[in-house]
Design a protein around this ligand. Structure first.
Ligand code: SF4
Length: 151
């Protein structure tokens, strides 16, 4: 299971398949990571540096994070894509086809000047998370989406 948690400041990725339940995240920021709560991650409960440090301690890399930099990422299911905006400027997108076998992610792109900020990963996660919530299989023909699914 893949989940994305976002604030204006921080974006957190969680891949449950890699989670060993070592609970270093819980120790590092108990108000943020609470396994008795749903959703178990709440980024509003502690300062970003504390959350960042707790995520750095995750031994399996089930948790990773990037700074959000004010970039908004949203899903547009009518257009079969996720999109990233810097204010009103479209700066990236990830596209998929709906097929009888699942959602085929075939293209991910971010403007070069916005590279290195984890935006492409946010775009892919947005689609993976939505697909999983809808019980759809992800078919990554886009090499970047495949890399994210394998990491
Ligand atoms: S520290 Fe990492 S492996 Fe341990 S419970 Fe948290 S997410 Fe899972």
């Amino acid at each position: 299971m893949h989940r994305l948690y976002e604030t204006e400041d921080l974006t957190v990725f969680w891949n449950s398949e890699k989670c060993w339940h070592a609970k270093r995240c819980v120790t590092g920021s108990p108000k943020t990571f609470d396994i008795t709560r749903r959703p178990w991650i709440d980024l509003t409960k502690a300062p970003s540096p504390e959350i960042w440090q707790a995520i750095e301690a995750c031994p399996s890399k089930a948790l990773t994070c990037v700074y959000t930099h004010g970039i908004k990422v949203k899903l547009e299911t009518d257009a079969n894509r996720s999109v990233a905006y810097d204010n009103d400027k479209l700066i990236g997108e990830c596209d998929y086809y709906e097929t009888s076998d699942g959602w085929e992610i075939y293209h991910t792109e971010v403007l070069p000047e916005y590279g290195g900020r984890g935006i492409a990963k946010r775009l892919v996660y947005k689609i993976i998370e939505a697909a999983e919530r809808s019980d759809k299989t992800i078919i990554p023909t886009c090499s970047y989406a495949l890399k994210i699914l394998q990491e």
